[in-house]
Ligand binder design. Structure first.
Ligand code: NI
Ligand code: MN
Length: 227
């Protein structure tokens, strides 16, 4: 079993799970941190955490070109289906076996309005369990919440969490999140795309290293980490 995580800049992630290509929150075209173009991205599945444009912007075009299936909450899945995109709706706390992984929607404290003003339901994170038993938690855009401790009970191999502040957890709350999640590895995202969310991820990683058992991995956009 192999699982490779790639940070594609901002809140956009790529997962390769034994050859299945998964894009989470595709935002390439207007993303100053993107290292690839939306037209070049390969995808079998597209996971969407919430409706904000910096998370759904390129989803429909990539899904149409690649035939990738969108997985999100029921409201967002329906919004994509109404645009002719194949989509699978789930909801908070609910998991489904998509073959390449069992994907469960977790809580997130954030908004979820879609770019055209449609109701995007509630925002979520994703807990991904591969057939080989590896567990990856993608927090999505969220503030700190105490029930991250429940997610931590799942014994995570990797947690991908925002540290940018302003729209999501900042570095201090993200450090508290690491302590609740107790993952083996953590990767910081949703930072330094714009000045407003500029953070020194290396300084943050040093605190994670000194205060927790979790191993931080600071990636640059385009860089990968293999479990
Ligand atoms: Ni957002
Ligand atoms: Mn965002």
């Amino acid at each position: 079993m192999s699982l490779t995580y790639t940070w594609l800049g901002h809140g956009t992630s790529g997962l390769d799970v034994d050859g299945t290509k998964v894009i989470v929150d595709p935002f390439f075209t207007d993303n100053p941190a993107a290292t690839v173009k939306a037209q070049e991205v390969e995808a079998d599945y597209i996971l969407i955490t919430h409706g904000h444009s910096d998370h759904v912007a390129d989803a429909a075009s990539i899904a149409r070109r690649t035939g990738a299936k969108v997985v999100s909450n029921f409201e967002i899945a329906t919004w994509f289906q109404n645009q002719g995109v194949e989509a699978h709706g789930q909801h908070l706390g609910g998991g489904h076996d998509h073959g390449w992984a069992y994907v469960k929607l977790t809580l997130a404290l954030h908004g979820s309005a879609l770019p055209d003003g449609s109701d995007g339901g509630n925002p979520c994170g994703f807990l991904i369990t591969t057939p080989g038993g590896q567990k990856v938690y993608l927090a999505g855009d969220t503030g700190l919440f105490g029930d991250m401790a429940l997610i931590g009970e799942e014994r995570l191999d990797l947690a991908v969490i925002p540290i940018g502040d302003n729209f999501t957890m900042g570095p201090d709350d993200a450090l508290r999140a690491v302590k609740l999640l107790q993952a083996k590895h953590v990767i910081p995202v949703h930072h330094s795309t714009w000045d407003l969310i500029e953070q020194d991820a290396d300084v943050w990683a040093e605190k994670v290293r000194s205060e927790t058992e979790t191993e931080p991995h600071v990636l640059q956009p385009g860089e990968s980490f293999t479990l």
